[in-house]
Write a protein that binds this ligand. Structure first.
Ligand SMILES: NC(=O)CCC(=O)C(=O)O
Length: 279
């Protein structure tokens, strides 16, 4: 399986519309991959909360249509990261926004919808402005060779909650796709937790972070793809001025990675840790 992880860099100066056009072009250039992955909230920004209400869109709005077109143009399955969804009505917390991911098939049809379950912000940002998702989402991703892989979807801060990934594995997940807007200050947690989720679940982990600075936050980059054994197959270098970073700002880049899915199955059979879970 060939995966393209697009680590986007953006600042405060680029408009939503300009960025959607730019990103659609980047996706369209990834023909030949099975799966292309974008980061969290790359349109409305991860941390400039003042933009979220204005940039919110319906599930079938222009953002989703542009991403469907890009998937179709490149003939790839596209995990379009996430966007600020305008819900049809306010939810239990009185908000009508959600942090929503869409997975598009190569024909542009929506294969899966995931709403971020664990909201980041400790009383501001997501918990204040957005509803929490309630559904664990595990979905088949069709591959160009006619096969498929079973993937669990989650977003950024979800990575800190291992029980979510255990539930995804129980539902058949062999691979986790995790878009993020994870700041440089804690980028060491991002890479460490990604490897931990891979090792404890014997699953491939695909992490797509954001670069650049917006809303007063420097993003950490260090997108990575980790094998089911915990080996880092590819990592976007640079970024992380806080704990564990290398001091350089993260940059925009595309990781193009071949993942051997049969190796995951073989590894799970040869070292059957998951069979020893006490549920
Ligand atoms: N956008 C996020 O969910 C940020 C998460 C984060 O910064 C952290 O867990 O640390």
């Amino acid at each position: 399986m060939r995966i393209a992880v697009i680590q986007l860099a953006y600042g405060d100066e680029e408009s939503f519309e300009e960025r959607v056009d730019r990103v659609a072009g980047l996706v369209a250039a990834q023909a030949g991959h099975d799966l292309v992955v974008l980061p969290e909230l790359w349109g409305a920004t991860g941390f400039d909360y003042s933009r979220w209400d204005d940039d919110a869109q319906r599930l079938d709005g222009p953002w989703a249509r542009a991403m469907a077109d890009a998937a179709r143009a490149a003939e790839v399955v596209l995990h379009a990261g996430s966007f600020v969804e305008r819900l049809p009505q306010a939810g239990v917390d009185g908000n009508d926004l959600a942090n929503t991911s869409l997975l598009f098939g190569a024909d542009g049809e929506v294969l899966a919808t995931y709403r971020k379950i664990h909201r980041f912000g400790f009383g501001s940002g997501e918990p204040k402005l957005m509803e929490a998702g309630e559904d664990v989402v595990v979905t088949g991703i069709p591959l160009r060779d006619g096969g498929s892989v079973t993937a669990g979807l989650s977003t950024c801060y979800d990575l800190r909650f291992p029980e979510l990934y255990r539930r995804q594995v129980a539902a058949g997940a062999e691979l986790f796709v995790i878009p993020a807007a994870w700041p440089a200050a804690r980028v060491a947690h991002w890479t460490l937790l990604g490897r931990a989720r891979a090792v404890e679940n014997q699953a491939v982990v695909v992490q797509c972070n954001t670069a650049g600075s917006h809303g007063g936050y420097e993003m950490g980059g260090h997108s990575q793809v980790v094998s089911a054994t915990g080996a880092v197959l590819a990592e976007a270098v640079g970024g992380g001025r806080g704990s564990g970073g290398d001091g350089r700002p993260a940059v925009e880049c595309v990781l193009s990675v071949d993942v051997d899915l049969a190796a995951t199955t073989e590894y799970r059979e040869a070292f059957p840790v998951l069979g020893d879970r006490r549920l």
